[in-house]
Design a binder for this molecule. Structure first.
Ligand code: BTN
Length: 250
């Protein structure tokens, strides 16, 4: 099935890199990383993914109602932020895009889930090979409902009562992402982290953080300059975590 996109909209996206509009793909992250040999920034978006991946190798549900996209970047350019920081920049850019386009104030559940009223609107998965990174974004946009096994999923349509143009959201995300990369490249990481804290769903909250090795329970007292969570555990220890899966506790 062909995807028709207005020339103006395509030109808007093409300002950020070569644009690949696909009907169906296994995973847009894999497709984007497959373009890495060309050494140029690319944007890949697909109507459907058959093998969408989430964090921790989980299956990622996506259908035609989702914005499914990957941004291929190269991390060896001058003033490029550390790859681990991209995930935080992407969370902020996506939260802002949703606010700018749909007027919905969302929160970032560290490190990069976008939530609305405790339900998940979007997830981000950054995957790299050598100097190339695919910043993969899955945003639930126009779904009216979700499969029963996803009780915590939310879409913009359910939250706002109307449908939204996925490519307008993508362009706004790209704008925010490149603005963030520029800020971080100029050394403004502290200000970026301050913005992330303002959107954070976990700051000063009691949480459980599951890492690959163990589970930590405590209160988030800070995000450090690298975007790592600083947790005061129930036993009073300070733990700094760079990755993990967070659940908010009451
Ligand atoms: C998560 O919350 O676990 C992250 C989900 C990331 C999903 C996106 S959809 C586009 C890109 N392609 C993938 O296979 N995964 C990411």
């Amino acid at each position: 099935m062909a995807t028709e996109v207005a020339g103006e909209q395509l030109a808007g996206l093409a300002r950020y890199g070569s644009v690949h509009l696909l009907d169906e793909v296994g995973s847009t992250n894999d497709y984007a990383l497959g373009l890495a040999a060309k050494r140029s920034t690319a944007i890949v978006t697909a109507r459907r993914q058959t093998k969408g991946r989430g964090r921790f190798k989980k299956h990622w549900f996506s259908d035609d109602g989702s914005l499914t996209a990957s941004l291929l970047l190269f991390t060896d350019g001058p003033d490029f932020p550390h790859p681990s920081f991209l995930t935080h920049l992407a969370g902020l850019a996506l939260s802002r895009a949703v606010e700018e386009v749909a007027g919905l104030a969302t929160q970032i559940r560290w490190p990069n889930d976008i939530i609305y009223k405790d339900k998940k609107l979007a997830g981000i998965l950054c995957e790299g090979r050598r100097h190339a990174v695919a910043v993969g974004v899955g945003l639930n946009v126009n779904q009216e409902s979700f499969p029963e096994d996803l009780p915590d999923a939310e879409s913009l349509r359910v939250a706002t009562g109307r449908t939204w143009d996925k490519l307008v959201l993508l362009e706004s995300f790209l704008h925010g992402m490149f603005a963030g990369i520029e800020r971080a490249g100029k050394g403004e990481t502290a200000q970026v982290i301050a913005d992330i804290k303002n959107h954070s769903a976990v700051m000063h909250r009691r949480v459980e953080v599951r890492t690959l090795l163990r589970k930590h329970v405590g209160t988030v007292i800070d995000l450090d300059t690298e975007g790592r969570v600083v947790l005061r555990t129930d036993s009073g220890r300070l733990v700094v975590l760079g990755a993990g899966e967070v659940r908010r506790l009451r």
